[in-house]
Design a protein around this ligand. Structure first.
Ligand code: ADP
Ligand code: ADP
Length: 222
């Protein structure tokens, strides 16, 4: 589902953020991306979303060769990928419902279908009763759940997250990871960048470690 083949990414500054990175994440797999700040985690996620383009090597997402993807087809790729950010990037002057509905409104979905999808997504993250509130009225953990509901509302086959538990305490972090696990259990391919090693090493899933742009380890920790 997510394939990197000898991928290099050099920014215009000359900095080589990724060097010869190769891996394959199969459909329905869930894995973590670890590594110190500056190791290249965000860059790798940006290549998957085609927010950046590889300098060398091949990136394939759900059978799409991103090297050959025309700019006008990028929205088609993006609809396959739900993204969760550390700071959740919510709109604080809109309701929980409106925040989650946003990707569907942009897609031009019919209003009655939007209602059904938004409530299904809010139900999955346990926030159905809070749809009329604004995000400010909710806790940090609940705000992250809104971000997750928004990421999955159009049922993408791929879910990416960049430090989704960065601002949460251990208990809430663990709950958020379990939520990702639930989406993975229904077949969604999940890749999460995180440096919360305590938490993710307990999950028994594949960990890929980046160090100065190179993939130095990949596998399930013992
Ligand atoms: P991580 O997410 O692991 O912290 P990043 O992928 O954000 O790492 O960054 C990897 C390296 O690339 C860092 O040294 C960073 O400064 C550099 N970098 C990231 N984005 C850019 C950019 N747009 N232009 C130049 N250098 C960048
Ligand atoms: P609908 O009535 O539109 O089919 P549901 O939300 O009830 O809506 O979804 C049907 C099934 O799809 C559920 O079992 C759900 O867990 C699953 N599913 C698969 N991929 C996703 C995803 N990315 N986000 C949410 N649900 C998903």
């Amino acid at each position: 589902m997510i394939q990197f083949h000898n991928v290099f990414k050099r920014y215009e500054s000359g900095h080589e953020a990724l060097q010869n990175v190769s891996f394959n994440l199969k459909e329905g797999e869930m894995a973590f991306l670890t590594g110190h700040s500056g190791a290249g985690k965000s860059t790798l996620l940006k290549l998957i979303m085609r927010m950046e383009v590889a300098t060398r090597g091949q990136v394939n997402i759900d059978g799409i060769n991103l090297n050959q993807l025309a700019r006008r087809h990028v929205p088609f790729l993006r609809r396959k990928i739900g993204v969760v950010f550390q700071d959740h990037q919510l709109l604080y002057d809109r309701s929980v419902y409106e925040n989650v509905a946003l990707p569907l409104v942009i897609e031009g979905m019919e209003p009655q279908d939007i209602g059904r999808r938004v409530r299904a997504a809010l139900d999955k993250v346990g926030l159905l009763s809070k749809e009329k509130l604004t995000p400010i009225m909710l806790s940090g953990g609940e705000q992250q759940r809104i971000g997750i509901a928004r990421a999955v509302v159009n049922k993408p086959p791929i879910l990416l997250a960049d430090e989704p538990t960065g601002n949460l305490d251990p208990q809430l972090s663990s709950e958020i990871m379990q939520l990702f696990r639930q989406f993975n259990a229904v077949g969604v391919t999940v890749l999460i960048a995180s440096h919360d090693l305590d938490l993710i090493s307990r999950m028994g899933l594949r960990m890929m470690e980046l160090s100065q742009g190179g993939l130095t380890r990949s596998g399930v920790p013992a």
